[in-house]
Structure formats: structure tokens, C-alpha cells
Ligand binder design. Structure first.
Ligand code: G3P
Length: 217
């Protein structure tokens, strides 16, 4: 299972990278705005900075919602750095653009996926990644994990190579449950990764080991 961090915050990306478990980064316009990164030029520069910190794939989202606009923006994003994955919304023109980029060998991430049918379309269009938004489904009392499960079954039935990128992850249980279902990738905040470290028995066990070691010194 790959671990991506879902943020545009460079310090948090560095922290996850330093832990040695980071496989990539996902961003979106809201995450950029949260870090105060606005304006096309600043956003493009920020993507480059992210690529310099992390070794894996970095999803960069197009703003255009028409095919021609998405192709133009996506090509500019892909030209920024070899690690860039063009992130496209799950709308008709996004599916067309996904097919366009996959035919050209440019990696894609189809985002804002909320149904198995949408995920099937993304796979048919050759998406590298499909991003079902778990947390946002949970927010409206719909089981987000069930969607990941459905997509896993469908992709396995036909051997689709599109990787399931469980997105809108909010906590460690989301991560663990996605791992049990077989999501290829999870993307979440730093806390969903570092939270996996925590167990009180680890802390008390380590304290006791150190206490006993120091008895002889
Ligand atoms: O990766 C998708 C993500 O950015 C959305 O997360 O927490 O805003 O639903 P959230």
C-alpha cells in the first residue's frame, strides 16, 4: 500500500518524507489556498517545490472544466516535473482528457469520485489513479469504505491497472480499513500517518525497558 500525504504544506510533507514511508503527495486548489498559495505562477512554483521534497508522484489539479482547457493546463503541469500526475475532475470532459493523457503516457488521477460507475469510467479511460472520497461520503451518512470495496471488486474482475487512491481519508481507522480492503494507495493528512505510530503499550513498554536497563548502569 502506498502512502500519499494530502497537503500543500511543505513542512508536513518533509516530516512524512523524513519518516521514510512517503510515496507521494496529493493536492487540490483548496489545500493550496489553505497554505496561502494563490495565483497560477505561485501554484506552479509550489508544485516544483513539492517535487523537490518528495520522491514519488505529485498530483497537480487542473482548474479548467472543458476538454481543451484541461489538455492545455495538464500539459503545462506535466512539463513542470517528471513526478507530476495530472489530476482531472470526474466529469465528461475530464474522462476525455484522461483518455488523451493516458494515450500520451502522462499519468492521471481522476478525482471527486463518489460512485463505482464513475470509477469504472476512469479505469476505462486509462487513469493511473482513481480517487474515491471516503470522508466526504461518510460526512453524508454513506459508507465510504463500501465504495472502495466495490471498486476493488470491479477492478479485480477485469484486471484494470488503475490504482485505487483512497482519498478524503480523515483518520487512522480509515487507513487501516482501506488496507484491509486492498486500496492501492491512501492519501490523508499527516496525522493519519503519524497516528499509526501510537500505542500506549509501546510507550509504557519502552519506558520499562529503559528503566530496567538503567538499573545496571
Ligand atoms: O484527497 C481529497 C481531499 O483533499 C479531500 O479531503 O478532507 O477535504 O474531504 P477532505
Amino acid at each position: 500500500m502506498k502512502f500519499f500525504i494530502d497537503t500543500a504544506n511543505l513542512d508536513q510533507i518533509k516530516e512524512a518524507q523524513d519518516l521514510g514511508v512517503l510515496d507521494g503527495v496529493t493536492t487540490n486548489p483548496s489545500l493550496m489556498a489553505k497554505e496561502g498559495i494563490t495565483g497560477a505562477e505561485n501554484i506552479l512554483n509550489h508544485y516544483k517545490k513539492i517535487c523537490e521534497v518528495v520522491e514519488g508522484d505529485v498530483s497537480a489539479e487542473v482548474i479548467a472544466t472543458d476538454f481543451d482547457g484541461m489538455v492545455k493546463e495538464g500539459e503545462a503541469l506535466a512539463a513542470l516535473h517528471p513526478q507530476i500526475v495530472v489530476k482531472l475532475p470526474m466529469i465528461a470532459d475530464g474522462v476525455k482528457a484522461c483518455k488523451y493523457f493516458s494515450d500520451k503516457g502522462i499519468k492521471t488521477n481522476v478525482t471527486l469520485v463518489f460512485s463505482a460507475g464513475q470509477a469504472l469510467l476512469a479505469a476505462k479511460a486509462g487513469a493511473t489513479y482513481v480517487s474515491p472520497f471516503l470522508g466526504r461520503l461518510d460526512d453524508i451518512s454513506t459508507d465510504g469504505l463500501n465504495l472502495v470495496d466495490e471498486i476493488r471488486i470491479i477492478y479485480d474482475n477485469y484486471g484494470f491497472q488503475t490504482q485505487i487512491l483512497a482519498a478524503s481519508i480523515r483518520n487512522t481507522m480509515h487507513v487501516i480499513n482501506c488496507a484491509k480492503i486492498g486500496a492501492d494507495v491512501m492519501t490523508g493528512p499527516l496525522s493519519s500517518i503519524t497516528g499509526l505510530l501510537k500505542h500506549p503499550l509501546t510507550d509504557s513498554g519502552l519506558a520499562k525497558f529503559l528503566e530496567d536497563y538503567n538499573k545496571g548502569n
